[in-house]
Write a protein that binds this ligand. Structure first.
Ligand code: ZN
Length: 212
């Protein structure tokens, strides 16, 4: 907590001056983010940092494993769905990014590397939503023996699973039909802070910004 409070002091003293006008403007005008950014709660994945975004730019949803539940999911799983509806229907974002990442603990748990016990019932049920990713892994990646490669493939397939599920939301369907909404699958590699984007044509994740 000490570190957090010291950080607040440092922000007020050294950085707030640069943002004073922007925050005041945003409080008067309300928010108008251009993108709904769905990523993992993992402390190493900072949506604003890696996209160089400013306050007001991104409507961020962080959840364990950046899972997008199927539109029909109810109960404990509906907060991500609520955020999707609000961002798409009310804020009218033009883009939705689902951003998975390397070394994801949720994906590791999904793969059975670090099983989730009975003391974490919410987490266990939440991860069950992504069970179809395991089926895809069995079906399409039987050749992958290496744990690291399976881990990455599952995280990438989880992004595609989320994109598929987005199509099940009525508000998303309508905006896609209008041509006013675009969906993107991204993958963040922690060690190098590189971003990869899914290309539906080649069905590969390729560097978002080619290295020079
Ligand atoms: Zn994660």
């Amino acid at each position: 907590m000490q570190q957090l409070i010291a950080g607040v002091h440092k922000f007020r003293k050294e950085e707030f001056g640069n943002y004073r006008k922007l925050f005041r403007q945003l409080s008067q005008d309300g928010q108008n983010p251009h993108t709904l950014f769905i990523t993992c709660s993992d402390s190493r994945v900072l949506a604003e940092l890696i996209t160089h975004s400013q306050p007001g730019d991104l409507f961020v949803v962080k959840n364990v494993g950046n899972i997008v539940p199927p539109a029909g999911a109810r109960g404990d799983t509906n907060s991500t769905a609520a955020a999707i509806e609000f961002a798409v229907e009310t804020l009218r974002v033009g883009d939705i990014v689902i951003c998975g990442h390397s070394q994801c603990g949720a994906i590791s748990a999904l793969l059975g590397q670090s099983p989730v016990g009975d003391s974490l019932p919410h987490l266990r049920d939440w991860l069950k939503l992504a069970a179809p990713v395991l089926e895809t892994l069995k079906k399409d990646y039987p050749h992958l023996q290496n744990h690291e490669a399976r881990w990455t493939a599952a995280a990438e397939e989880n992004v595609l699973f989320g994109l598929d599920n987005l199509h099940g939301y009525q508000c998303v369907q309508e905006r896609l039909m209008d041509g006013t909404l675009r969906l993107h699958g991204w993958f963040f590699k922690i060690a190098t802070a590189e971003l990869f984007a899914y290309d539906p044509e080649t069905r590969q994740f390729t560097p978002l910004v080619p290295e020079k």
